[in-house]
Design a protein around this ligand. Structure first.
Ligand code: SAH
Ligand code: SF4
Ligand code: F3S
Length: 482
């Protein structure tokens, strides 16, 4: 059993997380601040990752740090000396899954009393969640948030050698940390953070509180990272941010936009550039033109709309209307005629009427989305919408979700069918789980393609003739290895 808290006992504060101060963002160089010691040699770690691509990228950093400390990865829980859940707070069910997992993982502390069980990511950033962890999950040894991943070596040392429990969650606006080590999950495609945090404050969303203020990485650092990845043989990068179109808006010393960044990356020798997520409000024509102009900019845009009702959009604080969203789609289609558009939609926002919902269905049909993540509104403590009056029953919300999904699924199929008999470029990701002679990968339009080919093609881009369109994937034949 670990001793109680020692040098680290810092809990989050919702009040501070809400603040946006005018102070300049500091950039920390991991190499200059962190003293790496061999404390993990002979030990194993296991990380479970929940939530968005931002969290997946963070887990790659956490793995990179742990490997630098000498730890090795394992997928066997009973073999691990350190189990970490990198969590998501976006909806209640994401959080419930984590609490369930903690209850289940407790058993391994009996067989291995030295096991360190940790919780990181967005959940600890919430004051109420951290209080629950402290009160009801006393066997959790290590709690840290999204702003202090770079301090993991100190935390591990304290928990492992000092046998002290550690909790340190910062609720300030966050810094930018450069030169963090990374153990990437793939060797042909990579996440590249271009910005952190979010200043949109959509009324339903926890992200501005869990990830802090919007802050953009210097363009030179991003361009350097992409160049290095290209040189190391990577074929695809996905630029990450909660609202990539707002990239650069926080620079005080220069004007440099998302369009400028795309323009710069368009000239690099990296075959594929993707980005996520776009906010309709900040998507300008210059960025659309840059995507249209460069062959390495993939013709797929994920453009969350959330709702088609102007009244609901206003209550969500999304700052655009159904009409302006449709205008944006028109401009995108003008410059990138074969574009594939996908979206996120929330049904059952407090006060959403049947008429509001019909507006959403109408918008979905007008845009011809080729996919969507659809959610039932989940009330998040600390957000404005948590206390909005909600008179729509859960039954009705579920029914709306089903009606919406029927339209969305028809869109998926239609989106697949337009590639039937076409030859598409596919970045091969690996062998299919079900059949050893089948490989799978994604086309430029982000369609999953399955086809017969040797596993040795993993990581390369090949031409595939599509033979059959299914709702969720395309079937094809290998056409040409390029
Ligand atoms: N930054 C991205 C989205 C990040 S969260 C954007 O603005 O587009 C991913 C999706 O989760 C959101 O687009 C939204 O559809 C959904 N979501 C966020 N908060 C939610 C909540 N409280 N209840 C239900 N869905 C939510
Ligand atoms: Fe959340 Fe809105 Fe920010 Fe997206 S833009 S992360 S939905 S607050
Ligand atoms: Fe979840 Fe945090 Fe991402 S709340 S969606 S992991 S930013």
């Amino acid at each position: 059993m670990k001793k109680d808290y020692g040098q680290y006992f810092q809990k989050p504060s919702t009040k501070s997380a809400r603040k946006r101060l005018k102070k300049t963002v500091d950039t920390i160089d991991f190499n200059e601040h962190i003293n790496i010691k061999d404390i993990g040699v002979g030990k194993h770690y296991l990380i479970q990752t929940y939530g968005c691509q931002g969290n997946e990228a963070d887990s790659e950093t956490i793995k990179g740090i742990l490997e630098a400390l000498g730890f090795k990865e394992t997928n066997r829980e009973n073999h691990a000396d350190f189990i970490l859940l990198n969590t998501c707070a976006i909806r209640e069910n994401a959080e419930n899954r984590v609490f369930g997992e903690l209850g289940r993982l407790k058993q391994y502390k009996k067989t291995n009393p030295d096991l360190i069980l940790g919780v990181a990511g967005c959940m600890p950033q919430e004051e109420n969640i951290t209080n629950t962890l402290l009160e009801k999950y006393p066997y959790v040894d290590l709690i840290f948030g999204t702003h202090n991943i770079h301090k993991l070596p100190e935390y591990i040392e304290t928990a492992l050698l000092g046998k002290e429990r550690v909790i340190e969650v910062f609720s300030d606006e966050g810094s930018i940390v450069e030169n963090l080590p990374k153990k990437r999950d793939h060797d042909s495609k990579a996440w590249v953070n271009i910005m952190f945090g979010c200043d949109e404050f959509c009324t339903y969303c926890v992200v501005p509180y869990t990830r802090g203020k919007e802050r953009s990485r210097a363009p030179e650092s991003i361009i350097e990272e992409v160049k290095n990845l290209a040189e190391a043989g990577y074929n695809e990068v996905t630029l990450l941010g909660q609202n990539v179109n707002a990239y650069g808006r926080d620079f005080k010393d220069k004007r440099y936009t998302f369009a400028d960044l795309l323009e710069a990356l368009g000239h690099l020798d990296i075959p594929r550039v993707r980005f996520t997520t776009s906010h309709p409000n900040d998507f300008d024509e210059a960025a659309i033109k840059a995507i249209a102009k460069h062959n390495n900019m993939m013709p797929h845009i994920h453009l969350p709309v959330q709702s088609g009702s102007n009244a609901v959009l206003k209550k969500m604080n999304r700052k655009y209307t159904k009409e302006s969203y449709l205008d944006l789609v028109k401009t995108i289609k003008k410059h990138i005629p074969d574009v594939s558009l996908t979206t996120d939609i929330i049904v059952g926002f407090p006060g959403e009427t049947e008429q509001d919902f019909l507006q959403t269905l109408d918008l979905v049909k007008q845009v011809d989305f080729e996919g969507a993540f659809t959610f039932i509104f989940s009330a998040r403590e600390g957000t404005p919408a948590y206390s909005y009056e909600d008179n729509v029953s859960h039954e009705e919300k579920k029914e709306r979700l089903q009606r919406l999904n029927a339209v969305i699924n028809a869109g998926y199929l239609k989106g697949s069918q337009r590639f039937e008999h076409a030859v598409v470029d596919v970045l091969v990701e690996g062998v299919s789980k079900k059949q050893a002679d089948i490989v799978a990968g994604y086309s430029q339009h982000n369609k999953l393609v399955n086809f017969k080919a040797p596993a040795s093609l993993t990581g390369s881009i090949v031409k595939v003739k599509v033979t059959e369109a299914k709702t969720w994937f395309l079937k094809g034949e290998l056409h040409e290895v390029i």
